[in-house]
Design a protein around this ligand. Sequence first.
Ligand SMILES: Nc1nc2c(ncn2[C@@H]2O[C@H](COP(=O)(O)OP(=O)(O)OP(=O)(O)O)[C@@H](O)[C@H]2O)c(=O)[nH]1
Ligand SMILES: C[C@H](OP(=O)(O)O)C(=O)O
Length: 201
Amino acid sequence: MGEATTCWALIPIKPPGQGKSRLSGALDAQVRSRLVEAMLKRVADAARASPAIQRVCLLSDPELRCAAPLAVLNDAGGGLNTALEAAMATLPQPAPDRIVVIAADLPQLSPQDLTMLATVSPRTIAIAPDRHGMGTNAISLPITAAQRFRFQFGTQSFIAHRHEADRLGYSVETMLSDGLEKDIDEPADLPDAEVCLQEAL
Ligand SMILES: Nc1nc2c(ncn2[C@@H]2O[C@H](COP(=O)(O)OP(=O)(O)OP(=O)(O)O)[C@@H](O)[C@H]2O)c(=O)[nH]1
Ligand SMILES: C[C@H](OP(=O)(O)O)C(=O)O
């Protein structure tokens, strides 16, 4: 039997008060910020409950205080893609075999979703698209790929991330589940955040 592989989850989150601006027409600033916190807690709890994940880190401002006591990797600035690339280059050692980058706005995420992302075969990059098949809600990278991967968050990132995996010579697996697809970007998405929204109101 081979050595057990290790996997960490990395959750990027903007500093308090800065996230989910597209919801500002539907929710006031205080509710929005509580919703962001409730969704982050849900994602962090799901990651911590997955037996395939050994460590859960946030990528954010190191001053961030959140309900869950999690390690925070410094967001070096420059936007999400640049900050992720910098974080991959400066991971605490010993680094894991695999790292799952997962959005903080997935209120229906389950531990099984994390386990599915963490347990793909070694030469595989797994990508979870959003409900429109356009954006990327999670990406699971072997450590050998993580440090060369050019993140493409922004518009149409799902296809761009697939191309990036091809460029690096990894096979791609698409991960689909309700928990992974249903990120909360627009007011129309809010019914999918019902439980977190109850906490926030
Ligand atoms: N650390 C960090 N996290 C980011 C950054 N940009 C986006 N994120 C996080 O990445 C995830 C996906 O981002 P979006 O869905 O665009 O969320 P958002 O930026 O809060 O939403 P809008 O303000 O409406 O665009 C969320 O968890 C964000 O908090 C960044 O520059 N640094
Ligand atoms: C960051 C962006 O996510 P969205 O803002 O569409 O959730 C993306 O998936 O590239």
